[in-house]
Design a protein around this ligand. Structure first.
Ligand code: BGC
Length: 394
């Protein structure tokens, strides 16, 4: 009986952000279990023991895909697929202890093969845009795949989000997963064989730590990030417009009509981009044509590990903090979500029902010498850290 109840709980929480299945374990009904049997494949470690479990999750490109579920000592769970290095769910308690996933994601690989806009994915070789899909390095001009009008976005047509990564050895008791990918010289137009490893660690202080490492045999731009879309309420029938946001940035990078930075570092003071003290996301969004989709210049002089942004959803009491060693963060308010993609539970994912906070170097840096360099040289090791930390407030 207890096993069935726990299994049922696992099935229910694994249903991504579904309003009609937001029950807590005690309220879970037999109907929930029965109706969701088919989509049950995925997210939860049924005995909620600290550690990591692995399961087969379909195939693509002739390769076996897996889903890994990391659980910490408090029962917080993060599921990650080796397809795209994708975070498919991040289950955290609200202020009353009810657990729901706070990220957009699907229970099945098919949801990802349908190419949602980078839900939860690891982005590479270059997060965000490179103007006209071109850059010049050491006197040579490189032409990249263009997949966003005339620009290159998030690594191109088949970026790191659409390949199967190789998982390193796992230790069942340790909620940690390393994924590696070799991006070959010339892939999507980039120079050099780039060896990348991304390590996800779920700590007992409820942080998902992501360590990014890479080496190359030719100079190349690199800008790895994670593209999780958060809805802290755990329910996409709520927009994110009432969430309170702080970003520790006195400046941001204004963009042109194709979302390429103009090169300016503009002060946020007196503008709708000033989140140096908390503001509700929706308070001034109408003054930003299209919604927020901008890189913020974090207030730091070096690559120290600092709090970049914090978001609180008062209704659920969930709080997300983002720490990073990177110089920038892309704040994106799900402007292009338009209801055409549905959750596993059938709910349309509408505009502004999720936000992204992507730690990064600035967009189009390879063409903007004044921005911090995003070039990795042979012999150097690229390494940076981001943590997504969840907690609750009353
Ligand atoms: C970009 C948006 C883009 C979204 C999904 C974000 O990182 O800044 O412009 O639409 O990713 O592709």
């Amino acid at each position: 009986m207890k096993t069935i109840k726990l299994l049922t709980t696992a099935l229910v929480v694994s249903l991504f952000l579904s309003a009609c299945h937001s029950n807590t374990s005690d309220e879970t009904t037999k109907d929930d279990y029965m109706s969701n049997e088919d989509t049950s494949a995925t997210t939860s470690n049924t005995d909620a023991k600290k550690g990591i479990i692995q399961k087969d999750w379909g195939t693509t490109d002739g390769k076996q895909v897996h889903l890994f579920t990391l659980t910490n000592a408090n029962g917080v769970q993060v599921s990650i697929s080796d397809y795209g290095g994708t975070i498919t769910s991040f289950i955290a308690p609200d202020k009353n202890g009810n657990k729901q996933s706070i990220v957009l994601g699907f229970n099945n690989l098919d949801g990802y093969l349908a190419k949602p806009p980078y839900f939860g994915a690891t982005i590479g070789r270059y997060g965000n845009r490179i103007a006209n899909g071109k850059f010049t390095l050491n006197g040579q001009t490189y032409t990249l795949a263009t997949n966003d009008g005339k620009n290159h976005l998030h690594g191109g047509t088949k970026g790191f989000d659409k390949v199967v990564w190789t998982a390193g050895a796992i230790n069942a008791n340790n909620p940690q997963l390393s994924l590696s990918y070799l991006s070959k010289d010339g892939e999507e137009g980039y120079p050099g064989n780039l060896n990348t490893t991304v390590t996800f660690t779920l700590t007992d202080d409820n942080s998902l730590r992501i360590d990014y490492h890479a080496t190359t045999d030719k100079a190349t731009p690199i800008n790895l990030t994670n593209h999780s879309y958060f809805n802290l309420s755990g329910d996409v029938s709520n927009t994110i417009l009432n969430d309170w946001l702080m970003i520790d940035a006195d400046r941001y990078t204004p963009v042109d009509s194709t979302l390429i930075p103009t090169g300016q570092l503009a002060p946020v003071k007196g503008t709708p981009f000033d989140f140096t003290t908390p503001h509700q996301i929706g308070e001034r969004i109408a003054q930003v044509p299209g919604g927020y989709d901008h890189n913020f210049v974090l207030n730091k002089k070096d690559s120290s590990f600092t709090l970049a942004a914090a978001v609180t959803d008062s209704s659920s009491g969930r709080k997300l903090e983002v720490y990073t060693t990177q110089p920038g963060i892309q704040f994106y308010t799900g402007n292009f979500l338009n209801g055409s993609i549905k959750t596993d539970g059938g709910q349309p994912i509408n505009q502004h029902t999720a936000f992204c906070l992507e730690t990064q170097h600035f967009p189009n840096s390879p063409n903007t010498p004044a921005f911090p360099s995003s070039i990795l040289q042979p012999g150097q090791t690229y390494h940076y850290v981001t943590e997504y930390k969840v907690s609750t407030v009353k």
